[in-house]
Design a protein around this ligand. Structure first.
Ligand code: ZN
Length: 456
């Protein structure tokens, strides 16, 4: 038995009442939280590791409910281009030229950024190599719900992705059987659907049936761009969410990502079926849309936060994404009272856990749940003085204020040093691999300013 006692912290439990313990402790035993608040000395073993937090914050680890690990090494591939150019001329060539080893290294790079921004659990919507992603997450020491990117139709797909429904479904079942609940159950496999552009009605229905059969979720980009709604209107005579409802796939195990273009009636459908939402403000703004997040929150829909991929929003940083979530809805609603900081902390912690069907596993600092947590040190000119302690975590914190990250009762970062991954080696290899893929895929980014190469 191993124990760690964190004492004298400002502990935001994010439990049902959002109880805070000022000067509180957390006792961790093996992978779980044993006690929180005032911890009875009798519970603490003589060889427990004792950490005095001197008033620093402790929170549940953040949950990033949408992050493309395979896109990490494509960062910069789509800045300032339109959506169709981004997708067909940049992303498809890039992703279809990835190897399994590229996917593994890209996943490690993603996990570095996630751990350093306090993320202990994430959901990946679908890369080409679940095996590479699973290896990466297993080593990184955090949790991932992994899926294959599934497509059985659509214009302009690279040849390697032109596959039948049966091939796509069989591959997912195979990945599920090989990798689900591996690495002490930190690695789990979900079923993926890329977008309604690339998934037939039949594959959407069959995917939902499989997810129900295996007791996991479906991760899908839903109503992401205006062009998507124009497409579904022209092909099906109805917008995306109305169509998904007609197919009977709106349900509590559907994680719908972006959800920018919904009518108010479609928001009600989400509520009725307990569909989970992943709000990705940075990438949503890039494809020009503001999701109706305040309305969804008012209606009690479970809304969580995701960063999307590095080719869409560049920053896989949940702290930045929380801050953006707090800002953008105030702006377009012309109402600075919407989306208060306490709601945003809920979205990033326990709502994220619920969205990933893990609310009985982590997302709150309460006895019996997994010890997934972060320690925040507000010291520094960008966060001090801390007057409004809860709001400061959303409005002033930067990810470099996150001092330590723990997942499954193990430290994966201490004093900003990631312990599970060799940061320098992975970054170097990732950069080399990125260059090689750009070459293979024939992607040439134009010079934005005139460049004169001078070597000395
Ligand atoms: Zn995405």
């Amino acid at each position: 038995m191993s124990q760690i006692l964190l004492k004298n912290g400002y502990v935001l439990t994010m439990n049902e009442d959002n109880q805070i313990y000022d000067g509180g402790s957390i006792l961790i035993e093996n992978d779980k939280i044993k006690a929180v608040g005032k911890v009875d000395d009798k519970l603490i073993s003589s060889d427990a590791e004792i950490v005095d937090l001197n008033g620093k914050y402790v929170l549940p680890g953040f949950v990033n409910t949408h992050v493309h690990t395979s896109q990490q090494i494509s960062r910069g591939v789509g800045d300032d281009v339109d959506f169709q150019t981004w997708l067909h001329k940049r992303m498809f060539p890039f992703e279809s030229n990835l190897t399994e080893q590229d996917s593994y290294v890209s996943t490690l790079m993603t996990c570095l950024e996630l751990i350093k921004s306090g993320v202990t659990s994430f959901a990946e919507p679908g890369g080409q190599f679940v095996s590479g992603m699973a290896r990466g997450v297993s080593e990184a020491g955090i949790r991932g719900k992994l899926a294959k990117s599934v497509m059985d139709c659509g214009e302009g797909l690279p040849k390697v992705w032109q596959r039948s429904m049966k091939m796509e479904l069989d591959d997912q079942i195979d990945a599920f059987e090989k990798f689900h609940n591996t690495a002490d159950e930190r690695v789990q496999v979900w079923f993926g659907l890329r977008t309604i552009f690339n998934d037939s009605d039949e594959i959407i229905i069959k995917t939902k049936e499989l997810a129900d059969k295996y007791g996991v979720g479906v991760h899908m980009h839903v109503a992401e761009a205006k062009s998507e709604i124009e497409y579904t209107q022209s092909v099906y005579g109805e917008p995306t969410v109305t169509h998904l409802n007609r197919l009977g796939v709106l349900d509590k195990n559907l994680l719908a990502v972006h959800t920018v273009w919904l009518t108010d009636e479609e928001v009600d459908l989400f509520k009725k079926h307990d569909v989970k939402v992943s709000h990705n403000p940075a990438s949503a703004m890039r494809v020009l849309g503001f999701a109706k997040i305040p309305l969804m929150m008012d209606k009690g829909i479970c809304v969580s936060i995701g960063t999307d991929g590095a080719s869409s929003s560049n920053r896989m940083d949940m702290v930045d994404e929380m801050w953006l979530t707090s800002l953008i809805h105030k702006g377009w609603r012309l109402d600075s009272t919407v989306m208060p900081s306490e709601n945003i902390l809920e979205m990033a912690t326990k709502n994220g856990a619920r969205a990933l069907l893990d609310d009985k596993v982590y997302g709150q600092l309460v006895p019996g749940l997994k010890a997934d947590l972060i320690v925040v040190d507000p010291k520094g000119p960008s966060m001090m003085p801390v007057n409004d302690k809860v709001a400061a975590l959303v409005t002033a914190m930067h990810s470099n204020n996150i001092q330590d990250t723990m997942c499954d009762g193990k430290w994966v970062m201490r004093d900003r040093k990631v312990l599970s991954i060799n940061e320098d080696d992975v970054l170097e290899e990732g950069c080399e691999r990125a260059k090689a893929i750009y070459r293979r895929a024939g992607i040439v980014l134009p010079d934005r300013f005139p460049v004169k190469k001078i070597y000395q």
